[in-house]
Design a protein around this ligand. Structure first.
Ligand code: SAH
Length: 241
């Protein structure tokens, strides 16, 4: 009954949210938009309110026990997830949560190899814990701070996952030389002109390191590697441990 959609390098991401208008435009632009036009990824945004059984379209209610704030209820989330699962097999059902495992590049790489994933955006005080206990396969935080909703977290994740799907960025080398791939930060990068005269003092020259203009491919790679190691040592020594 499951529709098998994998055609090699292809991925589908379903995002469940109470604010589709916040995240939909983001999924149509830049890398995400391009990946979808190339047929390498599909991103579907679902409005949780379309799945509520409540006649006033409510999706939230007060927490038991008298805590402050509102919680998204089980019913609309269960209905939306069930509807999606009836259509295809999902590799992960991810909940965006400040207390989840911290998102990073290895996780983005790993998730980019999946075929179908769901990302659920919480809102208000969060979601009924039973959804986390019974339906969620993974909980992911984008950092130790609290956002108003999971939409920004879902956007961050979708962007960094999709850009490492082979073929999405024309130049694969470019995606693989970014910071955090190989646990190294990016070396310094420069573009034309090779000599720049700043507005504040046109007599002054900001020059590009000579080595980059030398044409010695091997020496340039060696320099870039040394610079990457030096910057990582200085700025993020934890990555080298
Ligand atoms: N009461 C919750 C916070 C709710 S914030 C708590 O104390 O943990 C509302 C929603 O925003 C969350 O359900 C989650 O989906 C999203 N969110 C907030 N901060 C986030 C973060 N750092 N990473 C990922 N999602 C986050």
């Amino acid at each position: 009954m499951y529709k098998q959609t994998k055609t090699g390098e292809y991925m589908r991401i379903d995002i469940i949210t109470v604010l589709p208008e916040l995240i939909e435009p983001f999924t149509r632009e830049s890398i995400l938009g391009r990946a979808q036009k190339k047929g390498l990824a599909e991103i579907h945004v679902h409005n949780l309110r379309d799945y509520t059984a409540d006649k006033h379209k409510r999706v939230d209610d007060y927490p038991f026990g008298g805590a402050a704030g509102m919680l998204i209820q089980c019913q609309p989330l269960d209905a939306c997830i069930s509807a999606l699962k009836a259509e295809r097999k999902y590799d992960e059902i991810i909940f965006t949560a400040p207390d989840g495992e911290t998102f990073n590049q290895p996780m983005a790489n790993e998730l980019s190899l999946k075929e179908n994933i769901i990302i659920i955006c919480g809102h208000y005080k969060g979601i009924d814990y039973r959804i986390r206990e019974h339906l969620i396969t993974r909980e992911v935080s984008i950092g130790d701070y609290v956002l108003t909703g999971g939409e920004l977290a879902a956007a961050v994740m979708a962007d960094s996952i999709v850009r490492v799907i082979p073929g999405v960025i024309g130049d694969v080398e470019s995606a693989l030389s970014d910071s955090f791939q190989d646990n190294l930060l990016e070396p310094p990068v420069y573009t034309r002109p090779a000599q720049y005269h700043p507005v504040s003092n046109p007599e002054e020259t900001w020059a590009v390191p000579d080595i980059l203009l030398s044409g010695h491919e091997a020496k340039i790679r060696e320099w870039e590697y040394e610079q990457a190691v030096a910057r990582t040592k200085r700025l993020r020594p934890d990555l080298l441990e």
